[in-house]
Design a protein around this ligand. Structure first.
Ligand code: G6P
Length: 462
């Protein structure tokens, strides 16, 4: 008999909001964006599994107090966490500490500083994990497989292991994993607690063998026995993408893009405004193209479809301002009466992002470090112009697509300018060949394969 499973993540698949109506407030559910949700929501709803996530809105808290809800065909159970505790755990530990650690984003001469406030936040992170554990202890069916997602919930398995030995616990890390040198930056006790938590799973999965290797090295470095590890890159759902790409909303957005860029070539990127995504070097590299290859002036537009993220953190707000000012200065320098070289669109507009993926001639995916990067797979699946993908060697997706995309060192701005110029000038036959190979490769795995890998990992003998 197949075992029941429970999926656990910080951000849930749906967000509940209270909307004012004439007859009183009404609770509405909205499906979240992002690869995990779009890929897994159809599978989760078919199998009757429950998705457990943190409360983030007032509407979510109402749902949590009622014990759970069915939305978008899924059973959703929300863990009510006091907003101040959640904020410290999410902002200070999840996003400023663990995200920065795994993506190598610290400027070590200044940050991090593990002070008293940080210690309080670590304790909030523990409380958050423990609130998840309480809900899971109570609601997980007998012999269920619990699939824990990402760095926000590293301590959960230690809290479940003893009390529910019937459960199988599988962790999946969607980010890169720190090297064994960098893990030494964390206070010893916290590093130990985090790795012990991860090692309490039956198995830990990663998008690529590089991150799995780093995880095992960190365990070795701290004298912790590593659990079984496995590699299972997530994939986009071609059907979900195709229905987004053929929707009337996407057609409207494609017309909007065409109106702005005319028949010029499009170099595009689709990202969160996120430090690891390396937006600024991308713009500087594009300016290098205009400087060194004058024939492309007025013939190409860089469309950056990037949407705000984690704006509760000063680093992200500052980064957004820097992005805006770099773009403004490049546009000031190069724009003509009828051409603006960079189109910076910071609206969170999913149909427009998909329209950009249909329309690109060159897709720039240049993160300085990335667990996977689903955009690199989504682009080729919907693109209609035999576009070229320039892909950072530091993205997990490079291990799957590296031989059919054009590899980039994300720090090398001159080489990035050269790669953009080379991609724009590739003969059409060559572009078609590469685009075809990328499409085949991007369609090789589905979200169902990813889920099957997680469930298979649960059967590891301990
Ligand atoms: C990354 C993480 C996810 C996270 C997403 C959005 O892809 O791996 O766990 O949900 O970023 O970040 P957010 O902080 O908005 O949930």
């Amino acid at each position: 008999m197949t075992r029941p499973y429970v999926l656990v993540s910080n951000r849930g698949p749906v967000r509940f909001d209270l909307t004012d109506r004439s007859d009183g407030p009404e609770l509405t559910a909205k499906r979240g964006a992002g690869g995990l949700v779009s890929g897994l929501a159809p599978l989760v709803s078919r199998t009757g599994a429950t998705w457990v996530a943190a409360t983030m809105s007032e509407g979510d808290r109402i749902v949590a107090s009622g014990g759970g809800a069915e939305a978008e065909g899924m059973k959703v159970r929300l863990v009510d966490i006091d907003p101040a505790t959640y904020k410290m755990a999410y902002d200070v530990i999840g996003n400023s500490t663990l995200w920065f650690l795994h993506h190598g984003l610290w400027d070590l001469s200044r940050r991090p500083r593990f002070d008293r406030r940080w210690r309080e936040a670590w304790s909030a992170y523990r409380d958050k994990n423990s609130a998840f554990a309480d809900v899971l202890l109570e609601m997980s069916p007998h012999r269920a497989i619990v699939l824990v997602q990402d760095y926000h919930l590293c301590l959960l398995a230690s809290l479940l292991r003893q009390r529910r030995p019937d459960l199988s616990l599988v962790h999946f890390h969607h980010t890169p994993f720190a090297s064994s040198d960098l893990i030494r930056v964390l206070p010893d006790d916290a590093a130990h607690e985090m790795l012990t938590g991860l090692a309490s799973h039956d198995a830990c999965g990663f998008h690529t063998s590089r991150w799995a290797h780093n995880f095992r090295s960190c365990c070795d470095e701290l004298g912790i026995t590593s659990p079984h590890t496995f590699v299972s890159p997530l994939a986009s759902d071609p059907q979900d993408l195709s229905s987004a790409a053929t929707s009337p909303a996407c057609a409207t957005e494609l017309a909007w893009i065409d109106e702005h860029i005319g028949d010029r070539r499009l170099v595009a990127r689709v990202d969160r405004i996120e430090l690891s995504k390396n937006l600024i070097r991308g713009f500087i590299a594009f300016e290098g193209l205009l400087e060194r290859w004058p024939r492309w002036r007025n013939k190409v537009v860089f469309g950056a479809f990037v949407y705000p993220s984690r704006e509760g953190l000063p680093e992200y707000l500052a980064y957004r301002h820097e992005v805006e000012s770099v773009v403004a200065s490049i546009n000031d320098r190069w724009a003509t009466d009828d051409w603006q070289p960079i189109l910076l669109d910071t609206t969170d507009n999913f149909p427009r992002s998909i329209a950009a993926l249909r329309r690109y001639d060159v897709l720039l995916v240049n993160p300085i470090r990335d667990g996977l990067n689903l955009v690199a797979k989504e682009g080729p699946l919907v693109n209609e112009r035999d576009g070229v993908v320039l892909l950072s060697t530091e993205a997990g997706a490079f291990s799957e697509l590296g031989d059919v995309a054009i590899g980039l060192n994300p720090f090398d701005v001159s080489a990035t300018s050269e790669a953009i110029a080379g991609a724009l000038e590739l003969p059409h036959v060559k572009r078609r060949e590469m685009a075809q190979a990328l499409r085949v490769r991007a369609a090789q795995r589905t979200p169902a394969d990813w889920l099957a890998d997680q469930l298979a990992a649960a059967e590891q003998p301990r």
